[in-house]
Design a protein around this ligand. Structure first.
Ligand code: AMP
Ligand code: MG
Length: 379
């Protein structure tokens, strides 16, 4: 077990325990944002035949005086011309046999003939060529390409089922009346949404009280690909996630050199990967974004690394990467950042009121005017 690891080291450690996911075939209409699980070879040439890139006439380039003998449209079989003849042609129609160039409709039948207005068979893709790769995120364009290649369904990874277990005696579900000392449980809901963003299926468990039995029973009852817990990973006496993982699980690391979000842990429980997130709402959110998301879905990015010029000064943290909430905006041709709410790790409003965080290296501060690294959240 390693402790107080850097963010990079934490990522290295978690990547040694990848999820094992099955393959399922889905129709292209359901393929958006799925992860391709096999390389795909094109079943056809693209284009399948030489065709016109323009509306105009199919001609022989050497002819100067042409006579129109017919019309060919997209979907027709190839026509035929002899010397001195031309055929009216529509975009996408097959090039008639005997033609070697296209005259644009705007130029008139005896206008300039262009060979580059012919889209040649297989100039984009040859039959058998691999154009979509295992591990690739299916975007609207790659779905269109899969269809062009002749696929109506594709093999993708099953969506990971990720259990969420929040721990804490003080937590009750929103909608109920708070008693003294209680707070609304909020992390699960943010984590559900984050999981959906990275293509996973969240499986929400009831809140578990602080104590070993309830937690052990909850963890043993789960049927999922990985577990996220929230709370109970710090140094406190009631931090049972850490205690149980130490004593009965297999712990790979505990604590990461980041602030907020210092005490996360990672390991396995009965061979199921388990990420223990801190209870403070900003911490659980940022640990998910920086450590859990790149592990679960390396192809999907929740934030862009950018450089910003600080308009306010922010303090860093000794020995830790410091993630202060900032508002990033463009000013002229540069990005600038301001900060304007209370930065406590319990203040989830700071994540709503800002659109990014600083990525301040350990033991560095950012004075006003300084250019620093930051993470700019994607919507
Ligand atoms: P813990 O990590 O369990 O020590 O909790 C740290 C802080 O986060 C405490 O103030 C908790 O009340 C709060 N907290 C823990 N879990 C949650 C949760 N699921 N939703 C909202 N706040 C939480
Ligand atoms: Mg707690």
């Amino acid at each position: 077990m390693e402790t107080l690891v850097t963010i990079e080291r934490a990522l290295e450690i978690v990547r040694k325990t990848p999820l094992s996911l099955a393959t399922e075939w889905v129709p292209l209409t359901e393929a958006h944002r799925r992860i391709l699980s096999e390389d795909l070879q094109s079943k056809v040439d693209d284009p399948a035949f030489d065709n016109s890139a323009m509306d105009g006439w199919a001609v022989r380039g050497e002819d100067s005086n042409r006579e129109e003998i017919g019309v060919t449209a997209a979907g027709d079989p190839p026509a035929h011309i002899d010397s001195g003849q031309a055929i009216r042609i529509m975009t996408g129609a097959p090039i008639p046999k005997g033609a070697d160039a296209i005259v644009k409709v705007e130029d008139g039948i005896n206008g300039k003939a262009h060979t580059n207005y012919i889209r040649k068979q297989a100039e984009n893709l040859r039959k058998g060529e691999t154009a979509l790769h295992k591990g690739q995120l299916m975007t609207p364009a790659s779905i269109s390409l899969a269809a062009t290649m002749g696929y109506d369904s594709i093999p993708v990874q099953t969506r990971p089922r990720i259990a969420i277990v929040s721990t804490g005696d003080e937590l009750i579900r929103p909608g109920q009346q708070l008693k003294e000392g209680q707070i609304y449980e909020s992390n699960s809901f943010g984590l559900c949404a984050l999981l959906e963003k990275v293509g996973c299926i969240p499986v929400l468990h009831n809140v578990v009280e602080d104590g070993p039995e309830g937690l052990r029973n909850a963890l043993n009852s789960l049927d999922c690909d990985a577990i996220l817990t929230s709370g109970g990973v710090s140094m406190g006496e009631f931090d049972y996630v850490r205690k149980l993982m130490e004593e009965e699980g297999d712990l790979h690391f505990w604590k990461v050199a980041m602030r907020p979000g210092g005490p996360p842990l990672f390991g396995t429980w009965n061979d199921t990967p388990l990420f223990g997130l801190p209870g403070n709402p900003v911490s659980s959110h940022l640990v998910f974004m920086l450590l859990v998301a790149p592990w679960l879905a390396p192809e999907i990015s929740l934030a862009k690394k950018v450089h910003v010029r600080m308009k306010d000064s922010v303090k860093g943290a000794p020995g830790k990467v410091c993630l202060r909430r900032i508002q990033i905006l463009t000013e002229g041709d540069e990005l600038v950042a301001t900060t304007h709410t209370h930065q406590g790790s319990g203040n989830i409003h700071s994540m709503v009121a800002h659109n990014g965080v600083t990525y301040l290296q350990p033991d560095t501060n950012a004075g006003t005017g300084k250019i620093i690294q930051a993470l700019w959240f994607n919507d």
